[in-house]
Design a protein around this ligand. Structure first.
Ligand code: GAL
Ligand code: ZN
Length: 671
């Protein structure tokens, strides 16, 4: 287990360094992330490399027994480079080049930038490969942050055309795949294809989706060129990248393919009222980032101090929150946590952010909180070793599907958001204390017992085969509205909806309504939900069962009496279709609790308690139950079914655990 900080020693006087590292050591930290935006300091002018400062810092870390993660500094090309080669600057949809002077101001397709980036990475890797302190690398910083993954420059235009040539081979295959006969759009030559800069009316959805794929691939390629260099020079180092939750412009399954493990940067929002919804939001992201490689992950930035809130203003976290977020991450499978940042910045754009030390170099209360975690992890680390988060339930998420949904909002109800829709199901698992993974529908699903495939707007053969096979072999599947609508090229299915899923779900979608100026409700016979009516919002579909049985019907308008939710038996399994977006949280909780029981899933708590999150990590002979009380002001008591012992304080709990306000317990079952 690694616990550390993002450290920018290059901003501070050398005389402070040893004190810094000593304080880190005293807090129980064992890793430091270095050189993230330090290109200017390493290559002050072209070809003049200086590593003395870095060597000195690495030696100090070695002296105190800390390890280092190096960052490739490519998120911030230095002024001499953008001045010499302005063609590396990214261009927006209006065709305007971004100004240098901030960060992320580069085009990932630029051949010139790729060469310079490769060169600095090569120099750094050569330099540190034999330094025992260095154990791995973070590539770049937050690809796609501030919506920078999609560039509309001429480099990208040329690269996009090449990408399309590779994908389609000949121009008529492209015409056919996109359906370019619409609005006089048939291409005769690759050079006629535009990059989707601003248009008068909407661009072609086939071109747009492929452009999004291309842009994602360009970032993946840019990362891979760096990974290849590091793996060649320093095969004993791990490589990872700090992904973000706020931008979904890159296919993270592709981005993590070439990495040893996934990492992300977690900044729970300072304006977190109610805290419970923020806790559920962060839990979802942990589950998603773990799901990318279906294995443990790291946090390369964990907020522990004052951070930007809405509008960019600074807000401090309440005492105890940094500790709770840390344990929440570990409980969801984090094997390393790096706090952002060691010392508050004295210059630059982020002076509003706090640090573990304040700008005057004094330890803040974040330091005390982290030192407590450091102490606790000394006890927990051996137990956490080689444990993972087992899940028997999954929710599927696909990037092309999300992009296609965002591209044509008019095919959904006003305000429909894939993320929000998917989150409703995730929250239901969270509230029921059932660990869930968020996974790629293109990967094997058979190890799960319950799978929710929300709004699977596009499908391809792999996904269809996966879902059919999963149900056939006994799985329970929930598919939701707007599934099977289009093919993988973003062209409408020409068979009845839900397209390729119709034979599995045994229904036909007869009519759709985005509920613009009226509402609807459903009445259901689902056990536990049958006494009440539930409100439809943003979307409902009138279903015609073709072998499925009806679990809910509409009550209003001309949909009244028609099917809204269905269930079909298929092979040894069951396939449900929820044809409406329902507003009430208790609907999702009831549905998931019922299906989990049908699938034989055991929740971690028999009666989950509001504000308490339960998670479990398991190893070959270890079981760890995490209980986190996210109520910072009140105690919470939860029932546990068998006696457990606390690893933190050795207390024995027979059947009940009382958690202090903001309290954390890590328990192991008694033999
Ligand atoms: C992160 C970023 C850091 C810093 C931080 C401030 O997204 O990686 O460099 O900008 O936000 O909150
Ligand atoms: Zn570009």
């Amino acid at each position: 287990m690694y616990l550390g900080v993002a450290y920018y020693p290059e901003h501070w006087d050398k005389r402070d360094w040893e004190r810094d590292v000593r304080l880190m050591k005293e807090a129980g930290l064992n890793i430091v992330r270095l050189a993230e935006f330090a290109w200017s300091q390493i290559e002050r002018t072209e070809g003049q490399f200086s590593f003395e400062w870095l060597d000195e810092v690495l030696d100090l870390l070695a002296k105190y027994g800390l390890k280092a993660i190096m960052c490739t500094p490519t998120a911030a090309p230095p002024p001499w480079l953008t001045h010499k080669h302005p063609s590396i600057l990214p261009v927006d949809q209006n065709g305007v080049a971004m100004s240098p002077g901030s960060r992320r101001h580069y085009c990932p397709s630029s051949p010139i930038y790729r060469e310079y980036a490769g060169n600095i990475v090569q120099q750094m890797a050569n330099h540190v490969r034999d330094h025992d302190t260095v154990i791995g690398w973070q590539i770049d910083n937050e690809f796609g942050c501030s919506n920078t993954a999609r560039c509309y420059c001429d480099n990208c235009l040329a690269a996009f055309r090449e990408w399309l040539k590779r994908r389609y081979g000949n121009i008529n295959a492209l015409n056919e795949a996109w359906g370019t006969d619409f609005w006089s759009g048939i291409y005769n030559d690759w050079n006629e294809i535009p990059i989707p800069r601003k248009t008068t009316d909407p661009h072609h959805p086939g071109l747009l989706l492929d452009f999004y794929r291309f842009a994602s691939d360009a970032v993946v390629e840019f990362q891979q060129l760096q990974v290849d260099i590091i793996k060649r020079v320093a095969p004993h180092h791990f490589v990872t990248h700090n992904m973000i939750a706020s931008s979904q412009q890159i296919d993270y399954y592709d981005l993590t393919k070439g990495l040893d493990f996934a990492s992300w940067d977690s900044y729970p929002k300072p304006e977190l009222q109610p805290l419970r919804s923020e806790v559920r939001r962060v839990a979802l992201w942990h589950d998603l980032f773990r799901g990318l490689k279906e294995k443990n992950f790291w946090l390369l930035e964990q907020r522990c101090s004052t951070s930007r809130a809405k509008g960019g203003y600074a807000t401090p976290p309440e005492p105890g929150l940094a500790r709770l977020w840390t344990y929440q991450a570990i409980a969801h499978g984090a094997d390393g946590i790096v706090y952002f940042r060691w010392r508050a910045a004295k210059s630059g754009a982020e002076q509003c952010l706090g640090g573990v030390l304040s700008v005057d170099g004094r330890p803040t209360r974040a330091y005390d909180e982290i030192r407590q975690i450091g102490e606790e992890l000394k006890i927990l680390a051996p137990h956490l070793h080689a444990t993972t988060v087992p899940t028997e339930a999954a929710i599927t998420v696909s990037y092309p599907v999300q992009w296609a949904i965002a591209l044509q909002p008019s095919l959904f109800g006003p305000g429909f958001s894939f993320h929000q829709h998917m989150s409703r199901y995730h929250r239901a698992f969270f509230d029921a204390a059932i660990p869930v993974g968020i996974v790629n529908p293109e990967r094997e699903l058979n190890k799960y017992k319950l799978v929710v495939a929300p709004a699977l707007f596009l499908t391809n053969e792999t996904i269809l085969q996966n879902l059919y096979r999963y149900v056939e072999q006994g799985g329970i599947l929930v598919v939701t509205a707007r599934s099977g609508v289009k093919d993988w090229n973003n062209k409408a299915a020409t068979s009845s909806l839900p397209g390729g899923l119709a034979d599995l779900l045994k229904i036909r979608v007869d009519e759709c309504d985005s509920l613009l100026d009226h509402g609807n409700e459903v009445e259901t016979s689902i056990p536990g939900l049958s006494a009440q009516r539930y409100t439809c919002q943003t979307w409902c579909e009138l279903l015609q069962p073709e072998g499925a049985s009806v679990l809910a019907r509409y009550t209003q308008g001309y949909f009244a009496g028609g099917a809204a939710i269905t269930e079909a038996a298929y092979g040894k399994g069951r396939a449900l279709y929820v044809g409406a977006e329902i507003a009430e949280e208790r609907f999702y909780s009831g549905l998931i609790r019922w299906l989990a029981a049908e699938a034989g899933l055991r929740p971690l708590l028999s009666d989950p308690v509001d504000d308490v999150e339960a998670m479990r990590r398991i190893g070959s002979d270890t079981q760890l139950l995490f209980l986190l009380n996210f109520n910072l002001h009140e105690e919470r008591t939860v029932n546990i079914s068998t006696p457990h012992r606390s690893l933190l304080n050795d207390r024995l709990y027979a059947s009940e655990v009382t958690l202090a306000p903001g309290g954390v317990e890590v328990l192991s079952p008694c033999q």
